[in-house]
Design a protein around this ligand. Structure first.
Ligand code: F6R
Length: 602
């Protein structure tokens, strides 16, 4: 939801402020309604502004702020509001009354109201509406009792209830103090200092050596050392991991937007997802991480948004393979109403592994003693660490708020998962999976999406229909369209159109119709004819252009494949249509209004 960055070091030619601003720009996808930095000068130098990062850049003093050539320490934050609207005052960092300590925070402090009133009663003055501002005042109060800065930070954090990744700097002290509870925080071990961030892209250009903090852990970061402790201050042995992607991977690589880059990365993402897991010669699927997973009696899939659509797709595959599977919106998952019994596997489908709703559903499943599996993209994420099992989708970093390549990788990973759980595979299945990357490349090379987008940019609304495996992709196509174009878009199971939504269909509501796979094509064509009769433009997404062309104004072609995978190819066309429509409309594609990449509040 929000992005945190911290740096302690001599900057190797850059000021601490430069390093922080670079990190914040790499983290803007986590939140971008306000931003700020604090440098550990005397007093702490805080600069913050509502709006995008450019507003903060313009507000910075011309001269080096603190920590110039001599180095130093500082923290920064990019915000996505939860308590209090975007404003300069509500932007982080927040300070105590005397500007001796500055704090940035990601998450929600649930007991902030009672903390705030007791601090106010003791004379502390607050300047913002945020929950975060209680933290520097708590630290200030603790410091009055004992001068030990680290202990004061630990005691203050000990009083917080809720979820947090929190980092603090004190005046004239080159140390960053940090703590994590249910909100990600990762440390970077560099040559010219050490880093801290809510996500690795913030410092990947400086170092690929990282330590993931666990819930309940604290960190002390100085220019020369990184120390991880528990809540009592006992030093822990922390594992140092190496990140296998670089700054170039996290950049735009010449594309206008991350979203377009990530759409084009799908062939490679799927190759990586499949690597070492499918064997064409034997037609087998082996996912090493799942070796100790037995065939479940029943599967519950919990997820949100795009991941929920992937879960719908995966559940259908599981059911077709004979494993009962149900999908739940994570925020609606209720283990009391739908009890978890012996042999229930609960699968959290989550790109980030940090979505609060999904984590909460997985935690409920853990408490109910279900076996849990995280299907995620982010190594070391909360979901990965808290579940009994984890299967990585290996899509690489996804920066654009709109999920694209991770959806395709989730679908492919779920197809492999269904095969492993049911202990069932075939040459046709594996061969079709292996062919997908090249087929997606064909779609990317030949798509007519820019023409379609230009033709219907003035539409009143956009509808998407699909049947069977294509039904979740129709809903996903609509989600992608609405989130980046801000236009009205709805997706339906094709058969449902006539049960209500048809009333909305007019000559100015294009209907994107997924017409793939022989088994459903005939029925869905029947629904298309209902649309045609209302003179709505029809855009067919099809592997059978000869059969559908006379019913369609445009055909977005996809190569022929196994009937299970045609919707994966169709989805690429729909991603491109959404992207090019948003481009026509001049939207902020990578950072759509009101949305954030990682939704870490319920
Ligand atoms: C839409 C989108 C969101 C996410 C949802 C879940 O493009 O990205 O709908 O899919 O917030 O996120 P994860 O998969 O990280 O749990």
């Amino acid at each position: 939801m929000c992005g945190i960055v911290g740096y302690a070091g001599n900057g190797d030619g850059e000021t601490v402020l430069d390093v922080l601003m670079g990190g914040l720009s790499d983290l803007e996808y986590r939140g971008y309604d306000s931003a700020g930095v604090a440098i550990a000068d005397e007093p702490v130098a805080v600069h913050k502004r509502s709006g995008e990062l450019t507003a903060l850049e313009e507000a910075l003093p011309d001269a080096d702020v603190g920590g110039g050539a001599a180095g130093g320490a500082g923290i920064g934050h990019t915000r996505w509001s939860t308590h209090g609207p975007p404003s300069d005052a509500n932007a982080h960092p927040h300070t105590d009354c005397e500007e001796q300590v500055a704090v940035v925070h990601n998450g929600i402090i649930e007991n902030y109201e009672s903390l705030r009133s007791s601090l106010a009663a003791r004379g502390h003055e607050f300047e913002s509406d945020t929950d975060t501002e209680v933290v520097p005042h708590l630290i200030e109060a603790e410091l009055a009792a004992s001068a030990d800065r680290e202990a004061a930070f630990r005691r203050a954090v000990g009083r917080l209830e809720g979820s947090y990744a929190v980092a603090a700097v004190y005046a004239a002290d080159e140390t960053i103090y940090a703590a994590r509870h249910e909100s990600p925080l990762v440390l970077g071990i560099g040559e010219d200092g050490h880093y801290l961030a809510s996500d690795v892209p913030a410092f990947i250009e400086h170092t690929d050596r990282v330590i993931y903090l666990d819930d309940g852990e604290f960190a002390r970061v100085t220019p020369t050392s990184v120390t991880v402790t528990d809540e009592r201050g006992t030093v822990l042995d922390a594992d140092v991991d190496t990140i296998e992607w670089d700054a170039e991977d996290a950049g735009k690589s010449g594309y206008d937007h991350y979203m377009l880059k990530e759409i084009h990365e799908q062939p490679e993402a799927i190759r990586t997802c499949l690597r070492g897991r499918v064997e064409e010669l034997t037609g087998s699927v082996t996912v090493e991480e799942l070796d100790d997973l037995d065939r479940p009696r029943v599967v519950h899939l919990v997820a949100c948004g795009t991941s929920y659509h992937a879960a719908l797709y995966g559940a259908r595959l599981l059911r077709e393979r004979g494993i009962p599977a149900q999908v739940f919106l994570a925020s609606e998952y209720d283990v009391e109403a739908i009890p978890v019994t012996d042999g229930t596997l609960v699968v959290g489908v989550t790109q980030s592994g940090e979505t609060a709703d999904t984590l909460s559903a997985l935690r409920a499943a853990n408490r109910a003693r279900a076996e849990t599996l995280a299907l995620t993209n982010v190594v070391g994420s909360s979901a990965a660490r808290e579940c009994d099992h984890v299967m990585y989708i290996r899509a690489g970093p996804e920066i654009s708020v709109a999920a694209t390549k991770t959806f395709a990788s989730q679908q492919v990973a779920l197809a492999m998962l269904s095969s492993v759980l049911a202990d069932e595979s075939s040459h046709a299945f594996v061969g079709a999976l292996r062919a997908l990357p090249d087929q997606i490349q064909t779609v990317l090379d030949d798509s007519l999406a820019p023409e379609v987008a230009a033709a219907y940019v003035d539409a009143d609304a956009y509808f998407f229909i699909g049947r069977g495996y294509a039904a979740p992709v129709a809903v996903e196509g609509a989600l992608k369209m609405k989130e980046i174009t801000y236009e009205h878009a709805e997706g339906f199971a094709a058969g449902e159109l006539k049960h209500g939504p048809l009333a909305l269909v007019t000559e100015n509501t294009p209907v994107f119709s997924i017409l793939t796979g022989d088994d459903h094509l005939g029925k869905t064509l029947g629904n298309v004819k209902e649309v045609e009769a209302r003179e709505a433009p029809v855009i067919a997404i099809s592997d059978a252009p000869d059969r559908v062309a006379r019913h369609a104004d445009f055909v977005l072609e996809v190569p022929e494949t196994h009937r299970w995978f045609a919707p994966i190819l169709a989805n690429v066309q729909l991603q491109l249509v959404a992207y090019w429509t948003a481009t026509e409309l001049g939207r902020s594609i990578d950072k759509p209004r009101n949305l954030a990449k990682s939704v870490t509040v319920e």
